[in-house]
Ligand binder design. Structure first.
Ligand code: PXP
Length: 247
């Protein structure tokens, strides 16, 4: 099952740098174009409730300008559903969102909110969006995502990456083992499996090697590394490591 692993480049933090000063520079659409040249297969952008990075007009510009598919990350709110239904992006990834968090800290609690989420995603699916649910590598959440009619689950790699960064290698390996098992479990249920959050050059290879994965979504590290290498080189290196791990 050696399928090509897609790379979705998350450009949120290009907008973070822009918003630090206001104005139009650096432009996330320009970043998206460079990402495509560097080997990205899709662009990911998270319109947060507080608009701290990507804005409504960024989504409009991306929808107009992009040739790559847009993966629109959003919380399960009515406001976001309306925006998604207006733009009909290729994919919608439902993520949990708390105003005070710095980033998306955990996966979505699907099991507890099954009914609401099933109703929430139905119109998005009807509009032709591929619906993905961002969850922890947990069988209960995966089964719930499957039951509500999601086509894709994105497994949260944040804990695995944090444990690596903290040098807690035994726990990191246990988390990797759980991600490995749950990628297989989700795939066997018929779900398309993606992964992301916190991935770096140091942590991506074991994840990219999991044969059930179809897509990784990576942002913060790539934009950070672009300061040193340039965006095209930063993405191209990630692509190279992913290809090597898959081969
Ligand atoms: N996948 C999802 C669902 C996310 O919410 C994020 C962060 O917005 C990412 C992937 C990318 O994470 P990072 O920016 O840490 O690479």
């Amino acid at each position: 099952m050696a399928t090509k692993l897609r790379l979705g480049v998350n450009i949120d933090h290009v907008a973070t740098v822009r918003n630090a000063r206001g104005g139009a520079y650096p432009d996330p659409v320009r970043a998206a174009r460079i990402a495509e040249e560097a080997g990205a297969d899709g662009i990911t952008a998270h319109l947060r409730e507080d608009r701290r990075h990507i804005t409504d007009s960024d989504i409009e510009s991306l929808m107009e300008a992009l040739t790559l598919p847009l993966n629109f990350e959003m919380a399960a709110t009515e406001e976001m559903q309306t925006i998604a239904l207006r733009h009909k992006p290729h994919a919608v990834c439902i993520v949990p969102e708390k105003r005070e968090e710095r980033t998306t800290e955990g996966g979505l609690e699907v099991a507890r909110e099954e009914n609401r989420l099933a109703h929430f995603i139905a119109p998005l699916r009807d509009a032709g969006c591929r619906v993905s649910i961002f969850i922890a590598a947990d069988a209960r959440q995966i089964e719930a995502a499957h039951r509500i009619g999601a086509e894709v689950v994105e497994l949260h790699t944040g804990a695995y990456c944090d444990l690596h960064a903290e040098g807690r290698f035994d726990e990191r390996d246990a988390e990797l083992e759980q991600l490995t098992k749950m990628a297989r479990f989700a795939h066997d249920l018929g779900l398309e499996v993606h992964a992301g959050h916190g991935l770096t050059y140091d942590t991506v290879a074991p994840i990219a090697a999991l044969p059930e994965l179809m897509e990784l979504n990576i942002g913060h590290f790539l934009v950070g590394e672009a300061i040193f290498l340039g965006l095209e080189a930063s993405i191209a290196e990630m692509r190279r490591i992913m290809n090597e791990a898959r081969a």
